[in-house]
Write a protein that binds this ligand. Structure first.
Ligand code: ADP
Ligand code: ASP
Ligand code: MG
Length: 475
């Protein structure tokens, strides 16, 4: 069957300047020539989401002095791109006015937050949404200016989520109905549908966000529910690489990765794709490609079904394909000799952690039943320790549990590749490599499938550990 529908997502850098936008528009033109139906998902311009959330955080502390600077920088960033790209004066002015209205609503939100003295997750989502809503107007006008028929539509109209602000979960049934109802009529007319990444709305219409970096997920959701044939994630590197090129100089593009490999890599910190993107794409059985806006002729990375990758080492015979790190974590340990006899300690521990809405990226195997140890993001440490102290108040008083404590900051280093866990010798290679660099491994955990193995190291060793393990890939 000929391919029909393509969803393309442009990340922050890919829409971050007039030059980047010019490239994005060219990519859209080309896609439109080759695909009858094209949906475009845009992120906020690079740096904008951080700026918005910083302004809100400052306002929550009563500080509004930097608002005029934020206002100025948002105007400059969007207006200079608008003026460079939108040839029609009237369209340019209209676009600037629409963006200006969004900037003014940032000021209103921040003033309200300052009066209240706090920024609720709901208010933070309203603020964070402004970035994508601004870039949507800018990109659509730039595309129209290039003579391509396009229409802007906010994803809050059709990505319907629960009210878990800052990390909302879509209602796939409602989202499917609405996405098709809103987008198909445009696509059928050959109009490029351009929409916001990252944001959705509750059934009542309150704005939510899907979590930081969530525009990838938006593209995955839209691709899955339409369904599209392919989802292409346009970013600022040549696809998924053997490691973060900002940390490892010799990082190379991986032309193919299996779904499980990429899921594991994304989950363990590779920012190149949001981990939630993978599941809807796999379930819908559609294609996913990650490619570079600044080097569009490079094929990037193609995702392949797990079965196609089974037992397939890289051309150089190495099993480990990529290395990644999650930083700013701590290990929490619950320990005590009396734990042996206490039923349900793990269940209670993890429900206490869950009550703080903290996710646990790694649980390590203790040598006996006398301790439980797991990683959490540093910023959640106080909340998690408080919740655990409350949950085990009686056991702590009776000395069945001696101590609940957290380490200093650590990093989780993960080696990814089909066979990493179960192929004899691979774990040995990993540990001798780290040992040879004098890197101390504080804890080890296996991924849930055969595609990864994770090590906990001190923060100071994290870059060295990634570089050392990367040598196992390229050697
Ligand atoms: P976008 O704004 O396009 O979504 P991100 O900054 O979220 O882009 O993600 C792209 C960045 O991810 C790259 O610039 C790169 O530094 C980083 N990165 C981390 N790990 C990897 C990896 N294994 N492969 C490629 N890029 C990676
Ligand atoms: N703009 C959002 C963020 O910075 C979403 C994204 O870029 O994917 O988190
Ligand atoms: Mg991203």
């Amino acid at each position: 069957m000929p391919k029909e529908t393509l969803v393309m997502k442009f990340g922050g850098t890919s829409v971050g300047s007039a030059d980047a936008l010019t490239r994005a528009v060219e990519i859209i033109r080309q896609a439109r020539e080759e695909w009858p139906h094209v949906v475009v998902v845009t992120s906020a311009m690079s740096g904008v989401t951080n700026l918005l959330l910083d302004s809100a955080a400052q306002a929550a502390e009563g500080k509004v002095d930097s608002l005029p600077d934020a206002e100025k920088s948002l105007r400059e960033k969007h207006f200079s791109a608008a003026e460079a790209l939108i040839k029609d004066n009237e369209l340019c002015e209209r676009t600037k006015q629409e963006i200006d209205a969004l900037i003014l609503s940032l000021i209103d939100f921040c003033k309200a937050i300052a009066v209240l003295g706090e920024a609720s997750p709901r208010a933070l989502d309203a603020v964070a949404s402004l970035g994508e809503r601004m870039s949507l107007r800018l990109l659509t006008a730039a595309v129209e200016s290039a003579g391509i028929e396009a229409k802007a539509i906010e994803s809050t109209e059709f990505i319907i989520t629960n009210a878990h602000f800052q990390n909302a979960h879509p209602d796939f049934k409602l989202t499917t109905e609405k996405t098709r109802a809103y987008l198909n009529p445009l696509l059928d007319e050959g109009i490029v549908a351009i929409t916001t990444g990252f944001i959705g709305a509750t059934p009542e219409g309150v704005i939510t966000t899907l979590g930081r970096g969530g525009s990838d997920y938006t593209a995955g959701i839209i691709g899955a529910v339409l369904p599209a044939d392919d989802v292409w994630i346009w970013t600022d590197v040549d696809g998924v690489m053997t490691s973060d090129p900002r940390v490892v100089n010799g990082a190379r593009t991986l032309p193919e990765m299996t779904y499980s490999e990429i899921a594991e890599l994304a989950y363990y910190g590779a920012k190149v794709i949001h981990p939630k993107t993978i599941r809807p794409v796999i379930e819908a059985g559609i294609g996913l490609r990650i490619c570079n806006t600044f080097n569009p002729s490079h094929p990037g990375t193609r995702l392949i079904p797990n079965s196609a990758g089974n037992g397939k080492a890289q051309a150089n015979g190495h099993i480990v394909k990529a290395v990644t790190a999650i930083r700013k974590q701590r290990l929490v340990t619950i320990e005590g000799r009396g734990m042996l006899g206490v039923p349900g300690v793990a269940a209670r521990a993890f429900s206490a952690v869950a009550s703080t809405k903290t996710s646990v990226p790694l649980i390590t195997q203790a040598s006996s039943e006398q301790s439980i140890c797991f990683a959490i993001p540093s910023e959640s440490t106080n909340a998690v320790l408080d919740a655990l102290h409350k949950a085990f108040a009686i056991e702590l008083m009776e000395r069945d549990i001696d101590r609940v404590w957290a380490t200093d900051e650590i990093a989780i280093i993960t080696a990814v590749g089909v066979g990493t866990r179960n192929t004899p010798g691979v774990a040995g290679q990993i540990f001798s490599k780290l040992g040879s660099q004098n890197i101390n491994v504080l804890a080890i955990a296996h991924g849930s499938s055969d595609v990864s193995i994770s090590m906990v190291v001190e923060t100071k060793d994290s870059d060295e550990a990634v570089k050392a393990l990367h040598e196992l890939i390229v050697a």
